[in-house]
Design a protein around this ligand. Structure first.
Ligand SMILES: [Zn+2]
Length: 277
């Protein structure tokens, strides 16, 4: 397999009632272990580079890294830019090899969000790149922010932009450190009835696991972003390894020590969003 479009991966998920995790990458090891885990169970992977990752690693490096992994993998891999904020940022991502982008106009009013997203859709589709956008505002755990998606606005937004996937706010929150959030399933189904494209949930780590499973198999949610859960595995494993091996100083030995746990957690997350739980 090779680099695969977001639409191909998500339309298969929509047709077969499952969802695919969008995995937040922060470095080479993360990206490598995500792909290896996907290969182990022969399932597609979405690699995502968000703002935090891009402030640490140049986007050109990330584009090349994602494409290298995708092109040498045995499974479908999507190379996705998470939370792009401007047309220029999206253009740069496309130039660097990303085949999927998220434009985040969620803090704008409906009209301005439509204007920005439409520009991105036009540019991206001309280049064979898929677009995810957001309507409503998925807030952050720290400041308890967020605005629920209004179904009628989601419909207007979808019809006026032609996005390939739509992120919605239905009780999900970014960066929650425990999986304790319930979702407003009634609201999610109202949106689903008005918007035919695959839906996306950001803040997946904060959603109760049973609910993640339920919406993946019962609704048109086809992509759930996962970051915090995997970061917690990294911190726990590295802390434990260094505690047990105080004499180790080699970077590669230290970073290699969490690979198995990272892959196990990745496989757990992929499997959770499928029927055979
Ligand atoms: Zn997000």
């Amino acid at each position: 397999m090779t680099i695969t479009s977001l639409t191909d991966v998500l339309s298969h998920a929509l047709k077969n009632s499952y969802a695919v995790p969008g995995f937040v990458v922060l470095g080479w090891e993360d990206a490598l272990y995500f792909v290896k885990a996907g290969e182990k169970i022969n399932q597609p992977i979405i690699l995502q580079a968000g703002p935090k990752c891009r402030s640490h690693i140049p986007i050109k490096v990330l584009g090349s890294m994602f494409r290298y992994l995708a092109e040498n993998s045995t499974i479908p891999v999507v190379c996705h830019l998470d939370h792009g904020n401007t047309v220029d940022e999206i253009k740069e991502a496309i130039d660097c090899g990303f085949n999927s982008v998220m434009i985040d106009g969620s803090k704008l009013d409906l009209h301005s969000n439509i204007t920005l997203t439409s520009k991105v859709v036009k540019l991206a589709h001309l280049n064979g790149v898929c677009v995810e956008a957001e309507i409503g505002y998925v807030g952050y755990f720290k400041d308890k922010s967020g605005t629920l998606t209004q179904p009628n606005e989601a419909k207007i937004f979808y019809e006026n932009t032609g996005v390939d996937a739509l992120a919605v706010s239905v009780g999900n929150i970014h960066l929650a450190t425990t999986a304790s959030n319930e979702l407003d399933i009634t609201l999610l189904k109202e949106i689903e009835n008005l918007v035919p494209c695959p839906l996306v949930l950001h803040g997946g780590s904060g959603i109760v696991e049973e609910i993640r499973h339920k919406v993946s198999v019962e609704t048109s949610v086809c992509k759930i972003n996962i970051g915090t859960e995997i970061r917690k595995v990294f911190g726990t494993e590295i802390r434990s390894f260094l505690g047990k091996n105080p004499e180790v100083f080699d970077r590669l030995e230290i970073l290699g020590s969490y690979g198995d746990s990272h892959m196990q957690e990745t496989i757990k997350n992929i499997s959770l969003l499928r029927s055979a739980k």
